[in-house]
Design a protein around this ligand. Structure first.
Ligand code: ZN
Length: 118
């Protein structure tokens, strides 16, 4: 997936910026900027954008060490903060695929948004 494809997949979710949803590849938890803000990762979208898709929301909610199997709770996984969304390269020039969070489906994103709205 290229950066353009990644952004197009997010756009296809049809939800506001704050509710664009990614799925942590390790714990399977659907998460958005709204979750990161609620977890104290930052005050607004700009502040948490660098974590979205790279650091599981569990890192900010004090999740424990990784569990052997997904149990529906966020984990503490992170891609290390090496990239910001602005310069994300999902496929590197030498053809390697970076382990980015999966983009949630439109249905997942919309259901998640409804679950996180006050
Ligand atoms: Zn996780």
């Amino acid at each position: 997936m290229t950066l353009d494809e990644f952004q197009a997949a997010l756009k296809a979710q049809g939800v506001p910026l704050l509710h664009l949803a990614l799925v942590c590849p390790r714990c399977g938890v659907v998460q958005s900027a709204t979750d990161l803000i609620a977890a104290g990762a930052g005050e607004d979208f700009d502040a948490v954008e660098k974590y979205l898709g790279f650091s599981c929301v569990g890192r900010f909610t004090g999740a424990g060490s990784p569990r052997k199997a997904p149990d529906g709770k966020p984990c503490d996984w992170t891609l290390g903060g090496l990239f910001s969304l602005h310069k994300l390269e999902v496929i590197t020039p030498d053809g390697k695929h970076l382990p980015l969070f999966e983009v949630a489906t439109a249905q997942q994103a919309q259901e998640h948004m409804q679950g996180t709205e006050a």
